[in-house]
Design a protein around this ligand. Structure first.
Ligand code: ADP
Ligand code: MG
Length: 597
């Protein structure tokens, strides 16, 4: 095959659309140590893409080489590949792009002259005026590949994809100035960020102000792994997974293990069908991660995927558990914010009338469920008794110091739905049912963890046929099943027997659950399904066992609820991901009355 054809075939994997060209070129600029990158786009990148950087430049003798296949200055041996710290390493991008476009490469190294080479005439070098650094110009992408050309979308769509690539690069390197222009107009000017406030500004440019206001900064190191970044509070959830940025050693990746760990960490606090938002950075020994899993380098393989999964899950799960009243930690901007201060209250919180406020279940569905729930309630008596024991006595707090209690003191109940309380900042409104529901739920979970989980032996053991690998997995992970009240044995090379299940799951389909767990174990090395199924039941019970609207509470009862909220993990939102309380500051209340201070 002629070289040109080989490159075009490789281009099929690396160069999908203008955005993928931009990704490869930006990665090259970063690898070259650039601190400033200018991106000029015409017609969504279909007409031209020009990227100029102030990096190290390319030596005259290497210019033509850079356009030849598998010429990379970044690795020399397999050992290097195992330790790769640069974004590129395959030596494929420039020749691939050059084979499907009209490319010009101009570069100048410090104390040398500038030179230029044309993609279709790699041998012919021309002197060219250029400041230190490199400019790559890519015109008429796919002009010689009609099949690909047809698949390009409208200018606007291609530009949107391209902008997303710039976003990712911008979030991967806060220390680099990046300017993006489209058809001669500057559309994004990102200045290098050097302080917390500037970090916040860069994140706001990419993810929006609201994300910054409603996120927590986290940083956790353990066992040679480090995870830092920003996670959105559960009230800032998304309809899709569009705001999920995860970087491994500075490289943005989409990874199944990571995605699963994060989904699981948010599971208990997000409304069904909603997705979390985050910008997270994982640092890991490069030898423990294989970045050469795909030509586009967006997938990785972790050597110890189970360890990485658990580390991410535990870190995020704990960070979310700490979201409760009184917990205050600098948000991205570096200033103290309460989870739902008046300035950043979630769109559906604040003044919500009793009619259209969120009610977890409609009446009809509630009736339909009541038999099942009643039955579970009975099976559950022992657990419930344990919870009763844990309930603190309802009594007014002994020393009314507003600074001691972040949620302050109850002053009234509004329409039987909200508790109004006064704290040092101003007015607190609490959704009584939502708050109580979360508290009950967390207690039920604690009781379950304390071993109060009742198990029910099956009269006739349930046998299920599985593959040999699944049978092995079940055997290896037997403790996982036992811990959650399920007794499962391997009864043959390809059969499992279930002898006992948790009472709470008596009405579910144990076989499907076990199969799903095995499939999780096969693909992620861990599974949280049984616990999740149990939590779902607990959550329903908590909902039904919690104070209903229109129940009059006394002030001591209301105060007891406020104190419970302060003590309870995840009490900033109910089991459905809705906020449980909103803070209004005196300043904001003054402003309602146009009252200056
Ligand atoms: P890779 O990045 O995998 O090494 P590429 O085809 O993307 O392969 O680039 C080939 C080589 O050209 C790189 O290894 C690097 O030496 C050089 N190069 C490409 N772009 C730049 C740039 N902007 N600045 C300096 N050198 C560059
Ligand atoms: Mg490269």
């Amino acid at each position: 095959m002629p070289d040109q054809l080989i490159n075009q075939i490789a281009a099929g994997e690396v160069v999908e659309r203008p955005a993928s060209v931009v990704k490869e070129l930006l990665e090259n600029s970063l690898d070259a140590g650039a601190s400033r990158i200018d991106i000029d786009i015409e017609q969504g990148g279909i007409k031209s893409i020009r990227i100029r950087d102030n990096g190290s430049g390319i030596h005259k003798d290497d210019l033509a080489l850079a356009l030849s296949r598998h010429a990379t200055s970044k690795i020399r041996s397999l050992d290097d590949l195992e330790q790769v710290c640069s974004l590129g390493f395959r030596g494929e991008a420039l020749p691939s792009v050059a084979s499907v476009s009209r490319m010009t490469l101009t570069s100048k190294q410090q104390d040398a002259d500038g030179w230029q080479v044309q993609g279709d005439l790699p041998g012919e070098l021309k002197p060219a005026a250029h400041v230190n650094g490199t400019t790559v110009e890519v015109r008429d992408l796919f002009f010689n590949v009609p099949a690909r050309r047809k698949f390009m979308k409208a200018e606007k769509t291609e530009f949107t994809h391209l902008e997303e690539v710039v976003n990712r690069i911008a979030l991967s390197r806060f220390d680099v100035d990046i300017q993006l222009s489209h058809n001669g107009k500057v559309v994004r000017n990102l200045r290098a960020a050097r302080s917390e406030a500037e970090n916040a500004r860069r994140i706001a440019t990419v993810c929006g102000e609201t994300f910054v206001e409603q996120s927590r900064h986290i940083h956790f190191d353990a066992d040679g792994l480090s995870l830092r970044g920003w996670i959105a509070l559960p009230v800032f959830s998304r309809a899709s997974t569009d705001m999920q940025y995860f970087f491994v050693n500075g490289r943005m990746v989409r990874d199944k293990v990571v995605a699963h760990a994060l989904r699981q960490a948010y599971q208990d606090v997000l409304y069904h069908g909603r997705h979390p938002a985050f910008v997270l950075y994982l640092q890991i020994d490069p030898a423990l991660v294989d970045v050469n899993a795909h030509p586009a380098k967006q997938e990785v393989r972790f050597r110890e995927s189970r360890q990485v999964h658990d580390f991410i899950y535990r870190t995020i799960h704990q960070a979310l558990a700490d979201v409760r009243p009184g917990e205050s930690q600098p948000a991205a901007g570096g200033q103290e914010t309460y989870p739902f201060s008046a300035q950043n209250k979630p769109p559906d919180a604040g003044f919500i009338s009793a009619e259209n406020r969120y009610v977890p279940q409609t009446i009809s569905r509630q009736n339909a469920m009541s038999f099942q729930v009643a039955e579970q309630m009975m099976a559950y008596a022992s657990l419930a008794a344990t919870v009763q024991d844990m309930e603190p006595p309802l009594s007014a707090a002994d020393h009314p110091d507003q600074n001691l209690h972040p949620l302050g003191y109850a002053i009234a109940q509004l329409h039987g739905v909200f508790i109004l309380a006064q704290n040092a900042i101003g007015l607190v409104m609490v959704d009584m049912h939502a708050a109580h529901e979360r508290i009950t739920y967390e207690r039920l979970k604690q009781a379950m963890a304390a071993g109060a989980l009742a198990a029910q032996p099956l009269l006739v053991p349930l046998h299920i046929a599985v593959s040999e690998r699944e049978a092995q997995l079940a055997e290896t992970h037997q403790a996982l099943f036992t811990e959650l009240g399920m007794e499962l044995n391997r009864t043959g090379p390809t059969t499992l027997g279930i002898r006992q299940i948790p009472v709470l799951l008596a009405r579910g389909n144990a076989e499907i659950l076990v199969r799903d767990v095995l499939s999780d174990l096969a693909s992620h090395g861990s599974s949280d399904r049984i616990r999740q199924a149990l939590n779902d039941v607990l959550s329903t019970m908590a909902c039904h066992g919690s104070v209903r609207a229109n129940r009059q509470l006394t002030l001591p009862e209301m105060n007891a609820l406020l104190r419970d909220m302060e003590r309870t993990e995840r009490s900033g939102q109910c089991n459905h991901g809705r906020p449980t309380w909103v803070q209004f500051s005196m300043n904001e209340i003054d402003s309602w009355f146009m009252r200056g201070r």
